[in-house]
Design a protein around this ligand. Structure first.
Ligand SMILES: Nc1ncnc2c1ncn2[C@@H]1O[C@H](COP(=O)(O)OP(=O)(O)OP(=O)(O)O)[C@@H](O)[C@H]1O
Length: 264
């Protein structure tokens, strides 16, 4: 692979209010230094895409943002959310995840009914009121654009849904907790093009109420749906800017080569 200067970077200052900020974030898997000095501001009510070649650290970075890496990696630096460093070991990770939800690459509904998939975590979080549970069930399924397809059969097993419907159920399960931020790790990569476009449309709607950070391999998807894009290379954030700038006016040669397909 062509060698690039990893210190050559361009990180924009975002004009919007911030949902989350990382300061000098470093991630190590044993001796493998996977993320170097990531300093990024993620805007509120926007979609930010993390892009880069396989192994560059996209999922590692994303998973730090709601402490999913705690048991597998050493994560140094600060992750500021509402003036609190949520990377502080004293912070309750379950509480963090109520504010910052995660949707994974492969749909992973529970082997329970559609309804129970939504209400299970809510009940665990102490929400017992039937009216509130019903309200959140309907709101979250509507938010994930699944309500019309399942409203007459909420007791059906979630496993009987199509892959695309299961993924929208997982999005509904996340938003039922009323998080501020949704993290999505390649949420459409296991889906067919029609389900993918349904997920993309859903995310466009959801950004009115949520700040979204998404990892994607798919450059067209990043350019279609995101407002901001961070390009990572070998664990370094090389460029962070509005998606339009990253794709049409990249400031760094590495980015230009990657987005134009001349990488490697
Ligand atoms: N659980 C883990 N244990 C040890 N090393 C890991 C673990 N997860 C990731 N890594 C290493 O961290 C680096 C970044 O991997 P990561 O999965 O974050 O990259 P990625 O950009 O998301 O890749 P892909 O696009 O292939 O999913 C790689 O060197 C990878 O081998």
């Amino acid at each position: 692979m062509k060698e690039y200067n990893l210190n050559d970077s361009y990180i924009t200052n975002i004009p919007e209010r911030k949902a989350l900020t990382t300061k000098d974030l470093q991630v190590y898997y044993g001796d493998n230094h996977a993320i170097f000095d990531a300093n990024l501001d993620f805007p509120r009510y926007k979609i930010t895409a993390l892009i880069g070649a396989s192994g560059c650290g996209k999922s590692t970075f994303l998973r730090c943002l709601n402490r999913m890496n705690d048991k597998v990696a050493k994560v140094d630096g600060e992750i500021m959310y509402r003036n609190v460093n949520i990377n502080d070991p004293k912070i309750n990770v379950y509480e963090v995840r109520q504010h910052i939800g995660m949707v994974f690459q492969r749909p992973n509904p529970f082997a329970k009914s559609i309804q129970e998939n939504i209400t299970f975590a809510l009940k665990n979080a102490g929400i017992k009121d039937k009216t509130e549970l019903e309200k959140r069930l309907e709101q979250s399924l509507k938010g994930a654009a699944l309500w019309d397809e399942v409203k007459d059969d909420l007791n059906k097993s979630a496993l009987a849904l199509s892959g695309g419907q299961q993924q929208r159920l997982c999005i509904a399960r996340s938003i039922a907790m009323h998080p501020d931020i949704l993290l999505l790790d390649e949420p459409a990569s296991a889906l067919d093009p029609i389900s993918t476009s349904k997920i993309e449309e859903t995310l466009q709607e959801l950004k009115k109420d949520y700040s979204i950070i998404i990892v994607t391999h798919n450059l067209q998807q990043a350019s279609r749906i995101s407002d901001y894009t961070a390009f990572l290379h070998l664990g370094h954030v090389i460029e962070y800017n509005s998606t339009a700038n990253v794709f049409t006016n990249p400031k760094i040669q590495t980015t230009e080569d990657y987005v134009s397909g001349n990488f490697g």
